[in-house]
Design a protein around this ligand. Structure first.
Ligand code: F6P
Length: 335
């Protein structure tokens, strides 16, 4: 028997869950946009789209041609969908409003996360978060997008790796769908994804070690000490520099991911963006049984103050994140 397709799964398999036709339409169109981005990414150097556009985006990062192409794909999809009232993107300073669709959902996304990996032919992805639209009539404001992560109605990512996958939640667990290149359909291949509470693998950019704060220094030092140290076991390390690939690995084989606060990014609040990186990934991880925090606060309970706000991110296996939380709560985390 064939596994169910994405929409068939949401229409039929999550019994007792009210997935409105409007939300299903949005999910279907996000999946469609991800297929188009996958297609662009898979052309590699053939279409001459591997370079930079020659200026920085709002984040101060070199914008890649594929960032712009992917962003345009998401904008067009959202404009055409009857139930998306407005969007915010990593690639755009301001939100976009589709005024004819007042009352619809708000879509926040990073159209091509980890795009520095594109030229290397390594994994990249798209991250998205669907939020309820405002109750009130009238033009949307940026404020309407500044919602707690707990308000999300759907969140997920597409991973453009050796295969293209769509992994998402609507609040009833996490399910992964693989794009069948023959039929062009996303098929359920990874039902009910879970993260084991214990772990022996961590992901962090070790080159930033000297900038970290004491709780993270201590945690990583203890992991590196292996069987000889306080943890009494050896740890493995991975760093792909693509958050989507990193979170996907956590969902497949566990572990913990950190992009913590450090002395360089402190003034900015952190490295990763709250609304379209930390919040959707945090919800996915929680839905898979893990935890997601800044070290002091649950990611989903951070009150956003700006569209492109950055936050420290620690997420993954419950026991590891709890240990990190306990180190952050100590007056002297080295003790
Ligand atoms: O947000 C952008 C991003 O590419 C993430 O996907 C990734 O986790 C991180 O930045 C990589 O950071 P660094 O360049 O420090 O390795």
């Amino acid at each position: 028997m064939h596994p169910p397709t994405l929409l068939h799964f949401f229409e039929t398999q999550q019994h007792g869950v009210d997935h409105s036709q409007h939300l299903l339409s949005v999910i279907g169109d996000i999946a469609q946009a991800c297929k188009l981005v996958a297609r662009e990414v898979s052309h590699g150097a053939l279409l001459g789209n591997m370079g930079n556009v020659g200026h920085e985006n709002i984040q101060g990062e070199q914008q890649k041609t594929l960032d712009v192409i992917s962003n345009d794909i998401f904008i067009k999809m959202a404009e055409d969908n009857p139930y998306i009232a407005g969007i915010a993107s990593e690639e755009m300073e301001h939100t976009l409003e589709f005024s004819a669709k007042a009352g619809g959902f708000l879509l926040v996304f990073d159209p091509l996360d980890g795009s520095s990996n594109v030229n290397l032919n390594l994994s990249v992805g798209s991250i998205f978060s669907v939020l309820p639209g405002p109750d009130s009539e009238g033009p949307l404001t940026e404020q309407d997008f500044l919602q707690l992560g707990t308000q999300q109605v759907c969140a997920g990512y597409a991973l453009y790796g050796t295969s293209t996958m769509l992994v998402l939640t609507t609040g009833q667990g996490v399910n992964g769908f693989t794009l069948d290149p023959d039929s062009g359909e996303f098929m359920l291949t990874h039902p009910a994804m879970r993260i084991a509470p214990e772990a022996q693998e961590f992901a962090i950019n070790m080159s930033n070690q000297r900038f970290w704060q004491p709780p993270v220094q201590r945690y990583i030092d203890e992991c590196l000490a292996g069987t000889q140290g306080a943890r009494g076991k050896d740890f493995n390390m991975r760093w792909v520099a693509s958050m989507v690939a990193e979170v996907h690995r956590l969902l497949i084989r566990g572990g913990v991911f950190l992009y913590p606060l450090d002395s360089r990014t402190k003034g900015k609040g952190g490295r990763l963006r709250l609304l379209y990186e930390a919040s959707p990934m945090g919800w996915l991880i929680e839905q898979a049984g893990g935890l997601a925090t800044t070290g002091h606060k649950r990611l989903l309970e951070i009150e956003p103050t700006a569209l492109h706000q950055r936050v420290p991110v620690i997420l993954g296996a419950q026991e590891e994140v709890e240990l990190l939380l306990s180190y952050h709560s100590l007056k002297d985390p080295t003790a």
